[in-house]
Design a binder for this molecule. Structure first.
Ligand SMILES: *Cc1c(COP(=O)(O)O)cnc(C)c1O
Length: 229
């Protein structure tokens, strides 16, 4: 089996060539290594291969892992990429560098409330259900612009961009990535500070090259780095 280090190297090469063929600077795309279900030892292995940013989806697993003695003193940046329920916000808020999975005004309000309590400034992304699949989380694309006004006004939290999980079918996924980018562009037109609203978290092991072509600034890669779950 290929090592985690060689998997990361291979992904980084693919990111670079996807960027070059899309006329983009590879420095614009951040690799988030999705370590859900994988033990701290493998996160450490990825860190030793130069990986700093990790994504986790489940609150309890995330808390256990980021406080694991093997990892807690490393300069890791944790992204919470799972669906976040309001009642879990306070347990992760001081441990994450970016929350990807906010999909309701009420959860954003809770994030803001807890950020104020902890005297923190918290960055987050709004998850959008670009595929319209009922089984997926995310705000409906038609509701995003209307919600933005409230989101922009919430204290101590900053909307940095949008996140989506695309359909398995390639042509559909490409269209969904494009639609997420167009939605971000319409938000930038009404944002108080568009320079802060620039992130597109889209693309996973199976579709990140297409996501890069459509403007992804963060790709979330699990199985292509850590193996199957
Ligand atoms: C699990 C997960 C990923 C990684 O998926 P892979 O196909 O293993 O790369 C990315 N994003 C989210 C939100 C996930 O839950």
């Amino acid at each position: 089996m290929a090592s985690i280090a060689s998997n990361i190297e291979a992904i980084r090469e693919q990111i670079t060539s996807a960027c070059l063929s899309a006329g983009r600077d590879p420095a614009e795309v951040r690799l988030i290594a999705v370590s859900k279900t994988k033990p701290a030892t493998l996160v450490k292995e990825a860190f030793d291969a130069g990986q700093i940013e990790f994504g986790e989806s489940y609150v309890q697993e995330f808390l256990d892992k980021c406080q694991d003695p093997l990892l807690e003193n490393l300069p890791l940046e944790w992204h919470f990429i799972g669906h976040l329920q309001s009642n879990k916000v306070r347990s992760i808020i001081d441990k994450v560098s970016l929350v990807h999975g906010i999909d309701k005004l009420s959860t954003a309000e809770e994030l803001s409330k807890r950020a104020i309590q902890h005297n923190l400034q918290v960055d987050y992304l709004l998850e959008v259900n670009t595929s319209g699949e009922a089984s997926k989380y995310g705000m409906h694309p038609d509701e995003v612009v209307a919600a933005a006004e409230s989101l922009f006004s919430m204290p101590n939290i900053t909307l940095r961009g949008l996140m989506t999980i695309a359909s398995p079918e390639r042509a559909e996924a490409q269209e969904e990535f494009r639609n997420l980018r167009l939605l971000l562009e319409s938000l930038q037109e009404i944002a108080p500070d568009p320079s802060k609203l620039t992130e597109l978290s889209m693309g996973m092991s199976g579709d990140f090259e297409d996501a890069i072509h459509e403007g992804a600034t963060m790709i979330r890669i699990g199985s292509a780095i850590f193996g199957w779950r």
